[in-house]
Design a protein around this ligand. Structure first.
Ligand SMILES: *[C@@H]1O[C@H](CO)[C@@H](O)[C@H](O)[C@H]1NC(C)=O
Ligand SMILES: *[C@@H]1O[C@H](CO)[C@@H](O)[C@H](O)[C@H]1NC(C)=O
Ligand SMILES: *[C@@H]1O[C@H](CO)[C@@H](O)[C@H](O)[C@H]1NC(C)=O
Ligand SMILES: *[C@@H]1O[C@H](CO)[C@@H](O)[C@H](O)[C@H]1NC(C)=O
Length: 389
C-alpha cells in the first residue's frame, strides 16, 4: 500500500471543514472503491515518488494524512526498516517535505505497532523537528473510544510552528486520547495489550502443536484449551462486562440480509474450531480484522456465534472424546459465521452511505478493510490536531 495523502471520510467525520485536494494510492481496487464513494475528489493513481515537487507545490495543501507501507516495519524490524525498497515512498516524503515552498500546517501519520521503534520513525522525527513541527505520538485502539474492536496502531500528529499541544508528553507515546485527567491513559493501554497480545499467544501454541504433531488437530488440545479457560476466558469475560464498550450487536446487520453466505464452512470448523476467537452479539470485544479475514482462519479476526444461548464451554467440554460427526454436529449448533464486510466497516466507523461497487468481491472487501484505518480514531485525532486551545 502506498501513502495516502488524504483520508476524506476521517476529515468529514471529524467535522473539520476541508477540501480534499488529492488522494493518492496505487491499489486499483482501493481506488475503485474510493471513486465510487468520492466521485468528485481528485484521485491520483500513482506512487508518492511519482509525484514531483512541482506538483506538490501546486497543490498547496494545509494537511497531509499518510499511512506508509507497513511490511518493512512489522516483518523485518528495526534495523532494516529503512533499507527495504517498500519504504521508498516514505523516504521520498521525508526528503521532499523540507523542500516544499509552503509547508503543510498539519500532519497525521498512521502505522502498525512497532513503527515507534523503527529507524524510519527516528528519521521522521528528525525531519519534523528540522521543519519546525511540534508533534505527539500515540498507540491507540478503537477500544479507547468504546468501539468493541481491537486495532492497536501507531499515530503521530504534528503541527507547524505552533504552541506545543496542551497534552504534549515529550518523549512519551500516549496510549489514550488526551482528556482532562491524563492519568486515565494507563487502563486503556493495559486493555489494548491484552487483546493484541493475548489471543495470538494461545493461537500460536495451538498452531505449533499442530505442526509438531503433523496432524490436523493438536494432541494436547484439552490442556491448551484449559490454558485459555483459566486466564484468557476470564479476561474476555472482564471485557464483556465493561460497560464503557459498546455491544457488538450495535454494529451487526439484521438477519436475512443474505447472511447465510457468511457461515463458516463445516470443513474449516472441524479443523480450526480451537483456533477461533468466538464472540456473541452481546460481547463487547473482537480481535483485529486483518486482510486475510474470511479466507484464512487463524488469527485474522473474531467470528460470531449466532446461537446465543448455547454455552461455548459445554460444546468444547470433552470435545476430544466425540466422533467427528458428533463434533461437527455440536459445532454447527453454534451457528458460527464471519462478520460481513459491512459489519467490519461499521466497526471501523464508515458511515452507512459508504458502499462498495457491485463488482468488488467479498474477499477484496475483506482485504481492503483489513488494511483500513479506523475512521472514529482518525477523526478524533484530526480534531485534536486542528483544535485551537
Ligand atoms: C459512497 O457511495 C455511495 C454510492 O453507493 C454514495 O451514495 C455515498 O454518498 C458514498 N458515501 C460517501 C461517504 O461518500
Ligand atoms: C473498560 O474499557 C475502557 C475503554 O477501553 C478502559 O479504559 C477501562 O480500563 C476498562 N475497564 C476495565 C475495568 O477493564
Ligand atoms: C455435544 O454432543 C454430545 C454427543 O453428541 C452431546 O451429548 C452434547 O450434549 C452436545 N453438546 C451440546 C452443547 O449440545
Ligand atoms: C469493476 O468494473 C469496472 C467498470 O466496468 C472495471 O473497470 C473494474 O476493473 C472492475 N473491478 C473489478 C475489481 O473487477
Amino acid at each position: 500500500m502506498p501513502l495516502l495523502l488524504i483520508v476524506p471520510t476521517g476529515i468529514l467525520a471529524s467535522g473539520v471543514p476541508a477540501e480534499v485536494v488529492a488522494a493518492v494510492d496505487v491499489n486499483t481496487v482501493a481506488n475503485e472503491v474510493y471513486t465510487h464513494n468520492f466521485s468528485t475528489t481528485p484521485l491520483w493513481p500513482k506512487t508518492i515518488e511519482g509525484i514531483t515537487l512541482k506538483e506538490l507545490n501546486r497543490l498547496s495543501f494545509d494537511m497531509i494524512l499518510m499511512s506508509p507501507p507497513c511490511q518493512p516495519f512489522t516483518r523485518i524490524g528495526r534495523q532494516e526498516g529503512i533499507s527495504d525498497p517498500r519504504t521508498k515512498s516514505f523516504l521520498y516524503i521525508l526528503d521532499i517535505l523540507p523542500k516544499l515552498t509552503r509547508l503543510p500546517k498539519y500532519l497525521l501519520l498512521e502505522n502498525v505497532k512497532g513503527f515507534e521503534t523503527s529507524s524510519a520513525r527516528d528519521e521522521l522525527i528528525r525531519t519534523l523537528e528540522k521543519c519546525g513541527f511540534t508533534y505527539q505520538e500515540f498507540l491507540l485502539s478503537p477500544t479507547c473510544i468504546g468501539i468493541p474492536n481491537s486495532r492497536l496502531r501507531y499515530f503521530l500528529i504534528a503541527r507547524l510552528h505552533s504552541e506545543p499541544f496542551p497534552f504534549l508528553a515529550p518523549g512519551k507515546i500516549l496510549t489514550d486520547f488526551p482528556s482532562q485527567e491524563p492519568e486515565n491513559s494507563k487502563t486503556c493501554k493495559d486493555a489494548a495489550a491484552v487483546t493484541e497480545a493475548g489471543s495470538p499467544v494461545l493461537t500460536k501454541m495451538l498452531g505449533s502443536g499442530l505442526h509438531a504433531n503433523g496432524r490436523q488437530c493438536p494432541q494436547k488440545r484439552d490442556f491448551l484449551y484449559k490454558l485459555e479457560t483459566e486466564t484468557e476466558l476470564e479476561r474476555k469475560q472482564q471485557w464483556d462486562d465493561n460497560l464503557s464498550l459498546q455491544m457488538l450487536k450495535n454494529f451487526l446487520q439484521e438477519d436475512g440480509e443474505g447472511l447465510s453466505q457468511y457461515s463458516l464452512p463445516l470443513k474449516s470448523l472441524l479443523r480450526y474450531a480451537l483456533l477461533l476467537d468466538i464472540v456473541k452479539p452481546t460481547c463487547r470485544r473482537s480481535t483485529c480484522f486483518t486482510k486475510g479475514y474470511g479466507h484464512y482462519v487463524e488469527g485474522t479476526g473474531s467470528v460470531l456465534q449466532m446461537a446465543e444461548d448455547i454455552q461455548l464451554e459445554s460444546v468444547f467440554k470433552s470435545f476430544d472424546d466425540l466422533s467427528e460427526d458428533a463434533k461437527l454436529k455440536n459445532l454447527s449448533m453454534l451457528q458460527l459465521r464471519y462478520f460481513t464486510p459491512r459489519e467490519i466497516a461499521n466497526l471501523h466507523g464508515f458511515p452507512p452511505e459508504f458502499g462498495f461497487p457491485e463488482n468488488i468481491t467479498i474477499k477484496q472487501c475483506y482485504r481492503l478493510l483489513g488494511n483500513s484505518l479506523n475512521v472514529y480514531v482518525v477523526a478524533k485525532l484530526i480534531s485534536f490536531l486542528v483544535e485551537s486551545y
